[in-house]
Design a protein around this ligand. Structure first.
Ligand code: PGA
Length: 266
């Protein structure tokens, strides 16, 4: 796993956007796995800027989102359909027919989930999956104790995740208990994973993921078994790692062909 520590969330988002921009320029029909939540907002802002100012072209790109709540309409202010529209899709040129987000109102959830997996396969698999991490180490909505080989399916959220996501709902409005999420195995099938994590609140989950044992108690820890995962952190999110000097040394001494050169090493 590659650990990249940047001076700020904005600097981290710029590195992540550059990695994605390079991928799209190299492979115009790239398949992106996308995430929602507070973490990727800066990344999406930077991709929008690159689209507007640098002509980054999304016209051949296909996207699959990680997850969606069950039972709220797509236009609900907290729905991930709405989030993606507002934070990315309304501002770049991904063709609407290439956008896939789980349908939280499907009448047949198991059938929908099997079809979502099939659509990912038919698209050629996910080239790069954007990820955040929950305070408990979840990825997508795969809470602690999720099967580490799970596929897209319905999940029940923990009380902690319900509380963490209450901020996206009106005061007093209940957060849906159920979600559809790509499984841990679905995420592991992506060719590359790009995780962002910011703030002290994520430090414990980040340390467990990178330096702890592989365990379903921290589903993100399975990324230790992923062939190409980059984790981009701000200093508070990196604060509980023990090998920080080594990660910085690796980043500073990359062979030229691997270098993300324009970004500072701190
Ligand atoms: P956040 O959520 O980006 O809103 O912190 C991350 C997650 O729960 O996966």
């Amino acid at each position: 796993m590659e650990v990249i520590i940047q001076p700020s969330p904005d600097a981290a988002a710029a590195v992540a956007a550059r990695i994605i921009g390079d991928l799209i320029r190299r492979k115009p029909d790239a398949v992106l796995g996308l995430a929602t939540g507070g973490t990727p907002c800066g990344l999406y802002k930077e991709l929008i800027r690159m689209h507007r100012q640098e002509g980054l072209d999304f016209s051949g790109v296909t996207t699959f989102n990680l997850d969606e709540y069950v039972g709220i309409p797509p236009g609900h202010p907290a729905s991930y359909h709405r989030f993606m529209q507002e934070n990315l899709f309304a501002h770049v040129n991904v063709p609407p027919g290439n956008i896939h987000i789980p349908d939280g109102n499907t009448p047949d959830i198991p059938q929908f989930c099997a079809r979502y997996e099939e659509q990912i396969r038919q698209a050629g698999g996910i080239d790069l999956q954007v990820l955040g991490i929950g305070h408990d180490g979840h990825i997508g909505f795969n809470e602690s104790t999720s099967s580490l080989v799970s596929r897209t399916r319905i999940k029940t959220l923990t009380e902690e995740t319900l509380a963490a996501n209450q901020r996206f709902f009106a005061p007093g409005e209940p957060v849906p208990r159920h979600v559809i999420t790509m499984g841990v195995g679905t995420i592991m099938d992506s060719r590359t994973c790009l995780m962002l994590a910011f703030g002290e609140g994520k430090a414990k989950a980040v340390a467990s993921m990178v330096e702890g044992p592989i365990t379903a108690m921290c589903p993100a820890s399975i990324l230790q078994m992923h062939r190409q995962t980059s984790l981009i952190l701000d200093p508070p999110a990196a604060s509980l790692l023990t090998r920080t000097a080594y990660y910085q040394h690796v980043f500073a001494n990359k062979p030229d062909f691997q270098r993300v050169s324009a970004f500072p090493v701190i």
